[in-house]
Design a protein around this ligand. Structure first.
Ligand SMILES: [Zn+2]
Ligand SMILES: [Zn+2]
Length: 353
Protein backbone atom coordinates (compact mmCIF):
# COMPACT_ATOMS: atom_id res chain seq x y z
CA UNK A 1 0.00 0.00 0.00
CA UNK A 2 1.19 3.51 -0.84
CA UNK A 3 0.26 6.57 1.14
CA UNK A 4 -0.83 9.67 -0.73
CA UNK A 5 -1.85 13.02 0.75
CA UNK A 6 -5.17 14.46 -0.38
CA UNK A 7 -6.81 17.75 0.53
CA UNK A 8 -10.54 17.79 -0.06
CA UNK A 9 -13.54 20.07 0.25
CA UNK A 10 -12.76 23.49 -1.18
CA UNK A 11 -14.44 26.22 -3.17
CA UNK A 12 -13.55 28.32 -6.21
CA UNK A 13 -15.16 31.28 -7.98
CA UNK A 14 -17.75 28.84 -9.34
CA UNK A 15 -19.39 29.16 -5.90
CA UNK A 16 -18.26 31.25 -2.94
CA UNK A 17 -14.46 30.88 -3.10
CA UNK A 18 -12.16 33.50 -4.62
CA UNK A 19 -9.58 31.37 -6.44
CA UNK A 20 -9.53 29.36 -9.66
CA UNK A 21 -8.81 25.68 -10.19
CA UNK A 22 -5.37 26.67 -11.44
CA UNK A 23 -4.69 28.64 -8.22
CA UNK A 24 -5.66 25.56 -6.22
CA UNK A 25 -3.43 23.27 -8.30
CA UNK A 26 -0.46 25.61 -7.90
CA UNK A 27 -0.97 25.88 -4.14
CA UNK A 28 -1.26 22.09 -3.93
CA UNK A 29 1.98 21.56 -5.84
CA UNK A 30 3.74 24.17 -3.68
CA UNK A 31 2.70 22.31 -0.53
CA UNK A 32 3.53 18.83 -1.83
CA UNK A 33 0.02 17.34 -2.05
CA UNK A 34 -0.68 14.37 -4.31
CA UNK A 35 -4.33 15.19 -5.04
CA UNK A 36 -7.10 17.67 -4.26
CA UNK A 37 -10.87 17.30 -4.54
CA UNK A 38 -12.65 20.58 -5.32
CA UNK A 39 -16.30 20.73 -4.25
CA UNK A 40 -18.15 23.88 -5.29
CA UNK A 41 -21.69 24.40 -3.97
CA UNK A 42 -24.44 22.84 -6.06
CA UNK A 43 -22.49 22.70 -9.31
CA UNK A 44 -20.41 19.97 -10.96
CA UNK A 45 -17.78 21.95 -12.84
CA UNK A 46 -16.88 20.30 -16.15
CA UNK A 47 -13.62 20.21 -18.07
CA UNK A 48 -11.12 21.02 -15.31
CA UNK A 49 -10.39 17.58 -13.83
CA UNK A 50 -6.93 16.19 -14.47
CA UNK A 51 -3.23 16.50 -13.73
CA UNK A 52 -1.76 19.99 -13.37
CA UNK A 53 1.99 20.52 -13.62
CA UNK A 54 4.54 23.08 -12.46
CA UNK A 55 8.06 22.18 -13.61
CA UNK A 56 8.49 18.50 -12.82
CA UNK A 57 5.87 18.43 -10.06
CA UNK A 58 2.27 17.46 -10.60
CA UNK A 59 -0.99 17.20 -8.70
CA UNK A 60 -4.22 15.41 -9.54
CA UNK A 61 -7.22 17.74 -9.32
CA UNK A 62 -10.56 15.94 -8.99
CA UNK A 63 -14.02 17.49 -9.07
CA UNK A 64 -16.86 16.67 -6.71
CA UNK A 65 -19.60 18.92 -5.37
CA UNK A 66 -21.08 20.09 -2.08
CA UNK A 67 -24.85 19.80 -2.27
CA UNK A 68 -27.41 21.50 -0.07
CA UNK A 69 -30.96 22.79 -0.40
CA UNK A 70 -30.75 26.52 -1.08
CA UNK A 71 -34.45 26.98 -0.35
CA UNK A 72 -34.04 25.65 3.18
CA UNK A 73 -33.70 28.24 5.96
CA UNK A 74 -31.20 27.96 7.57
CA UNK A 75 -29.30 26.13 4.83
CA UNK A 76 -28.32 23.03 6.82
CA UNK A 77 -27.53 19.48 5.65
CA UNK A 78 -24.50 19.90 3.37
CA UNK A 79 -23.38 16.72 1.60
CA UNK A 80 -20.03 16.19 -0.12
CA UNK A 81 -20.49 14.09 -3.26
CA UNK A 82 -17.63 12.46 -5.14
CA UNK A 83 -17.61 10.38 -8.31
CA UNK A 84 -21.36 10.52 -9.06
CA UNK A 85 -20.50 11.57 -12.64
CA UNK A 86 -23.45 13.93 -12.87
CA UNK A 87 -24.78 17.02 -11.15
CA UNK A 88 -27.03 15.80 -8.32
CA UNK A 89 -27.83 19.21 -6.83
CA UNK A 90 -31.48 19.08 -8.01
CA UNK A 91 -32.02 16.30 -5.42
CA UNK A 92 -30.88 18.49 -2.52
CA UNK A 93 -34.30 18.90 -0.88
CA UNK A 94 -34.40 15.24 0.20
CA UNK A 95 -31.09 14.09 1.75
CA UNK A 96 -32.01 10.37 1.72
CA UNK A 97 -32.98 10.40 -1.97
CA UNK A 98 -29.79 12.30 -2.73
CA UNK A 99 -27.67 9.74 -0.85
CA UNK A 100 -29.47 6.86 -2.60
CA UNK A 101 -29.00 8.31 -6.09
CA UNK A 102 -25.30 8.96 -5.44
CA UNK A 103 -24.81 5.36 -4.26
CA UNK A 104 -26.70 4.00 -7.29
CA UNK A 105 -24.40 6.01 -9.56
CA UNK A 106 -21.34 4.45 -7.88
CA UNK A 107 -20.52 7.67 -6.05
CA UNK A 108 -19.49 8.49 -2.48
CA UNK A 109 -21.31 10.77 -0.05
CA UNK A 110 -19.95 12.33 3.12
CA UNK A 111 -21.91 14.40 5.61
CA UNK A 112 -20.09 17.75 5.54
CA UNK A 113 -19.32 19.67 8.75
CA UNK A 114 -21.75 17.56 10.86
CA UNK A 115 -21.57 20.14 13.66
CA UNK A 116 -21.09 23.68 12.42
CA UNK A 117 -21.90 26.25 15.10
CA UNK A 118 -23.09 29.82 14.65
CA UNK A 119 -20.63 32.73 14.85
CA UNK A 120 -22.85 35.76 15.58
CA UNK A 121 -19.93 38.23 15.54
CA UNK A 122 -19.60 37.47 11.82
CA UNK A 123 -23.33 36.91 11.09
CA UNK A 124 -22.62 33.24 10.48
CA UNK A 125 -25.48 30.88 11.31
CA UNK A 126 -25.43 27.26 12.44
CA UNK A 127 -25.36 25.01 9.37
CA UNK A 128 -24.94 21.65 11.10
CA UNK A 129 -26.33 18.43 9.63
CA UNK A 130 -29.80 17.73 11.02
CA UNK A 131 -31.14 14.83 8.96
CA UNK A 132 -29.60 12.12 11.15
CA UNK A 133 -32.27 9.58 10.17
CA UNK A 134 -30.47 9.02 6.84
CA UNK A 135 -28.56 5.84 6.07
CA UNK A 136 -26.36 4.50 3.29
CA UNK A 137 -23.90 7.40 3.16
CA UNK A 138 -20.15 6.66 2.93
CA UNK A 139 -19.05 8.65 5.94
CA UNK A 140 -18.66 11.98 7.66
CA UNK A 141 -16.28 14.90 7.50
CA UNK A 142 -14.92 14.46 11.02
CA UNK A 143 -12.63 17.51 10.98
CA UNK A 144 -13.61 20.61 9.01
CA UNK A 145 -11.26 23.60 9.05
CA UNK A 146 -14.00 26.22 8.72
CA UNK A 147 -16.38 24.78 11.36
CA UNK A 148 -13.51 24.74 13.80
CA UNK A 149 -12.73 28.38 13.00
CA UNK A 150 -16.36 29.27 13.81
CA UNK A 151 -15.90 27.80 17.30
CA UNK A 152 -13.23 30.42 18.13
CA UNK A 153 -14.70 33.54 16.46
CA UNK A 154 -16.17 34.97 19.67
CA UNK A 155 -15.65 38.61 18.61
CA UNK A 156 -14.40 40.58 15.59
CA UNK A 157 -11.07 40.89 17.39
CA UNK A 158 -10.74 37.12 17.54
CA UNK A 159 -11.39 37.09 13.80
CA UNK A 160 -8.60 39.58 13.16
CA UNK A 161 -6.18 37.64 15.37
CA UNK A 162 -6.83 34.30 13.70
CA UNK A 163 -6.68 35.87 10.22
CA UNK A 164 -3.07 36.75 10.93
CA UNK A 165 -2.19 33.75 13.09
CA UNK A 166 -4.23 30.85 11.68
CA UNK A 167 -1.77 28.31 13.09
CA UNK A 168 -3.42 28.89 16.52
CA UNK A 169 -6.86 27.66 15.34
CA UNK A 170 -6.51 23.92 14.77
CA UNK A 171 -7.05 21.88 17.91
CA UNK A 172 -9.16 18.80 17.11
CA UNK A 173 -12.41 17.74 15.49
CA UNK A 174 -15.43 19.30 17.23
CA UNK A 175 -16.27 17.13 20.24
CA UNK A 176 -19.94 16.55 19.31
CA UNK A 177 -18.87 15.31 15.88
CA UNK A 178 -16.36 12.86 17.36
CA UNK A 179 -19.06 11.70 19.79
CA UNK A 180 -21.54 11.23 16.94
CA UNK A 181 -19.01 9.17 14.97
CA UNK A 182 -18.23 6.97 17.98
CA UNK A 183 -21.96 6.40 18.61
CA UNK A 184 -22.43 5.27 14.99
CA UNK A 185 -19.40 2.95 15.22
CA UNK A 186 -20.57 1.53 18.57
CA UNK A 187 -23.92 0.84 16.89
CA UNK A 188 -22.07 -1.44 14.46
CA UNK A 189 -22.21 0.93 11.45
CA UNK A 190 -19.30 1.43 9.09
CA UNK A 191 -18.78 5.16 8.76
CA UNK A 192 -15.64 6.49 7.07
CA UNK A 193 -14.09 9.62 8.58
CA UNK A 194 -12.37 12.19 6.37
CA UNK A 195 -10.85 15.60 7.07
CA UNK A 196 -11.79 18.60 4.93
CA UNK A 197 -10.39 22.09 4.71
CA UNK A 198 -13.49 23.92 3.38
CA UNK A 199 -11.00 26.38 1.87
CA UNK A 200 -12.47 29.51 0.25
CA UNK A 201 -9.46 31.90 0.26
CA UNK A 202 -11.88 34.64 1.37
CA UNK A 203 -10.94 38.30 1.27
CA UNK A 204 -11.32 40.12 4.57
CA UNK A 205 -11.85 43.86 4.92
CA UNK A 206 -11.92 45.23 8.46
CA UNK A 207 -11.18 48.95 8.74
CA UNK A 208 -7.67 49.36 7.36
CA UNK A 209 -7.05 45.59 7.29
CA UNK A 210 -7.05 43.85 3.94
CA UNK A 211 -6.11 40.21 3.86
CA UNK A 212 -6.82 36.90 2.13
CA UNK A 213 -7.83 34.90 5.14
CA UNK A 214 -6.77 31.29 5.11
CA UNK A 215 -5.32 31.04 1.60
CA UNK A 216 -5.46 27.62 -0.05
CA UNK A 217 -1.83 26.83 0.72
CA UNK A 218 -2.43 27.39 4.45
CA UNK A 219 -5.20 24.79 4.45
CA UNK A 220 -3.09 22.39 2.39
CA UNK A 221 -0.47 22.37 5.15
CA UNK A 222 -3.11 21.75 7.84
CA UNK A 223 -5.91 19.12 7.88
CA UNK A 224 -5.38 16.53 5.14
CA UNK A 225 -6.78 13.09 4.41
CA UNK A 226 -4.00 10.52 3.93
CA UNK A 227 -5.14 7.74 1.64
CA UNK A 228 -3.69 4.25 1.06
CA UNK A 229 -3.75 3.12 -2.57
CA UNK A 230 -2.46 -0.22 -3.92
CA UNK A 231 0.20 1.33 -6.18
CA UNK A 232 1.80 4.76 -6.66
CA UNK A 233 -0.23 7.22 -8.74
CA UNK A 234 0.34 6.40 -12.40
CA UNK A 235 -0.38 9.74 -14.08
CA UNK A 236 -3.41 8.25 -15.84
CA UNK A 237 -6.46 10.15 -14.59
CA UNK A 238 -9.14 7.38 -14.72
CA UNK A 239 -6.80 4.84 -13.06
CA UNK A 240 -5.69 7.16 -10.28
CA UNK A 241 -9.17 8.55 -9.66
CA UNK A 242 -10.54 5.03 -9.29
CA UNK A 243 -7.83 4.05 -6.77
CA UNK A 244 -8.41 7.14 -4.65
CA UNK A 245 -12.20 6.80 -4.56
CA UNK A 246 -12.04 3.07 -3.81
CA UNK A 247 -9.74 3.76 -0.86
CA UNK A 248 -11.97 6.56 0.46
CA UNK A 249 -15.07 4.37 0.08
CA UNK A 250 -13.40 1.62 2.12
CA UNK A 251 -11.99 3.99 4.76
CA UNK A 252 -8.37 3.09 3.98
CA UNK A 253 -7.33 6.55 5.17
CA UNK A 254 -6.60 8.70 8.19
CA UNK A 255 -6.90 12.38 9.02
CA UNK A 256 -3.58 14.11 9.62
CA UNK A 257 -3.17 17.64 10.98
CA UNK A 258 0.13 18.23 9.24
CA UNK A 259 0.96 21.67 10.66
CA UNK A 260 2.46 20.62 14.04
CA UNK A 261 4.54 17.93 12.27
CA UNK A 262 4.07 15.96 9.05
CA UNK A 263 1.90 12.88 9.61
CA UNK A 264 3.09 11.06 6.49
CA UNK A 265 4.31 7.62 7.56
CA UNK A 266 1.60 6.86 10.13
CA UNK A 267 0.12 3.37 9.96
CA UNK A 268 -2.47 1.47 12.01
CA UNK A 269 -2.67 -2.24 11.27
CA UNK A 270 -3.82 -5.55 12.71
CA UNK A 271 -2.34 -9.00 12.57
CA UNK A 272 -4.39 -12.12 13.23
CA UNK A 273 -3.78 -15.83 12.92
CA UNK A 274 -4.15 -15.98 9.15
CA UNK A 275 -4.90 -12.45 8.09
CA UNK A 276 -3.71 -8.90 8.41
CA UNK A 277 -5.62 -5.64 7.93
CA UNK A 278 -5.12 -1.90 7.89
CA UNK A 279 -7.52 0.87 8.84
CA UNK A 280 -10.85 0.56 7.02
CA UNK A 281 -10.57 -3.21 6.75
CA UNK A 282 -12.09 -6.15 8.62
CA UNK A 283 -10.30 -8.96 10.43
CA UNK A 284 -11.54 -12.03 12.28
CA UNK A 285 -11.17 -12.06 16.08
CA UNK A 286 -10.58 -15.80 16.08
CA UNK A 287 -7.57 -16.66 18.33
CA UNK A 288 -6.86 -12.99 18.92
CA UNK A 289 -5.60 -9.99 16.99
CA UNK A 290 -2.62 -7.72 17.63
CA UNK A 291 -3.21 -4.06 16.83
CA UNK A 292 -0.18 -1.94 16.05
CA UNK A 293 0.32 1.75 15.36
CA UNK A 294 3.51 3.46 14.15
CA UNK A 295 3.92 7.22 14.09
CA UNK A 296 6.46 9.37 12.23
CA UNK A 297 7.17 11.35 15.43
CA UNK A 298 6.52 10.80 19.18
CA UNK A 299 3.06 11.77 20.45
CA UNK A 300 0.38 10.66 22.91
CA UNK A 301 -1.30 7.62 21.34
CA UNK A 302 -4.83 6.65 22.36
CA UNK A 303 -6.51 3.41 21.34
CA UNK A 304 -10.33 3.33 21.40
CA UNK A 305 -12.82 0.49 21.03
CA UNK A 306 -16.32 1.56 19.96
CA UNK A 307 -15.46 5.06 21.18
CA UNK A 308 -14.18 3.98 24.64
CA UNK A 309 -10.48 4.49 25.46
CA UNK A 310 -8.73 1.17 26.16
CA UNK A 311 -5.07 2.17 26.02
CA UNK A 312 -2.84 5.22 26.20
CA UNK A 313 0.89 5.57 25.43
CA UNK A 314 2.53 8.89 26.25
CA UNK A 315 5.43 10.33 24.26
CA UNK A 316 5.57 7.20 22.10
CA UNK A 317 6.18 6.47 18.47
CA UNK A 318 4.65 2.99 18.43
CA UNK A 319 2.25 0.79 20.36
CA UNK A 320 0.93 -2.77 20.23
CA UNK A 321 -2.17 -4.19 21.91
CA UNK A 322 -3.78 -7.63 21.81
CA UNK A 323 -7.57 -7.87 21.53
CA UNK A 324 -10.02 -10.73 21.25
CA UNK A 325 -13.39 -8.96 21.33
CA UNK A 326 -15.18 -7.82 18.18
CA UNK A 327 -15.50 -4.06 17.78
CA UNK A 328 -14.39 -0.96 15.87
CA UNK A 329 -10.87 -0.08 17.00
CA UNK A 330 -9.37 3.29 16.14
CA UNK A 331 -6.30 5.34 17.08
CA UNK A 332 -5.87 9.01 17.91
CA UNK A 333 -2.53 10.77 18.39
CA UNK A 334 -2.21 14.08 20.24
CA UNK A 335 0.78 16.39 20.11
CA UNK A 336 1.88 19.55 21.90
CA UNK A 337 2.04 22.52 19.54
CA UNK A 338 1.94 26.26 20.30
CA UNK A 339 1.25 25.70 23.99
CA UNK A 340 -1.67 23.27 23.63
CA UNK A 341 -2.17 19.55 23.27
CA UNK A 342 -3.70 19.24 19.81
CA UNK A 343 -5.22 16.40 17.84
CA UNK A 344 -2.63 15.26 15.31
CA UNK A 345 -3.83 11.98 13.81
CA UNK A 346 -7.29 10.33 13.67
CA UNK A 347 -7.30 6.90 12.05
CA UNK A 348 -10.26 5.11 10.54
CA UNK A 349 -11.22 2.00 12.48
CA UNK A 350 -10.10 -1.56 11.97
CA UNK A 351 -13.25 -3.67 12.27
CA UNK A 352 -12.58 -6.80 14.35
CA UNK A 353 -15.44 -9.23 13.69
ZN1 LIG B 1 -20.81 23.48 3.66
ZN1 LIG C 1 -17.83 23.94 1.85
Amino acid sequence: MHEIVVNLHMHTRYSDGTGTHKDIAEAAIKTGLDAVIVTDHNILVQGVEGYYRVGRSRVLLLIGQEVHDQDRDPQKNHLLVFNANRDVSTLADDPQTLINRVAEAGGLSFIAHPRDPEAPAFNEVDISWEAWDVHGYTGIELWNGLSELKTVLHTKLHGAFYAFFPQFIGRSPIFETLQRWDDLLADGQRVVAIGGSDAHALHMHMGPLRRVIFPYDFHFRAVNTHVFVPQPLTGDVPTDKKMIYEALAAGRCFIGYDLPAPTRGFIFKARGLEQSAIMGEEISSRRGVTLQAHLPDPAEIRLLKDGKPIGIWRDSQACAFSVSEPGAYRVEAWKNYLGLKRGWIFSNPIYVR
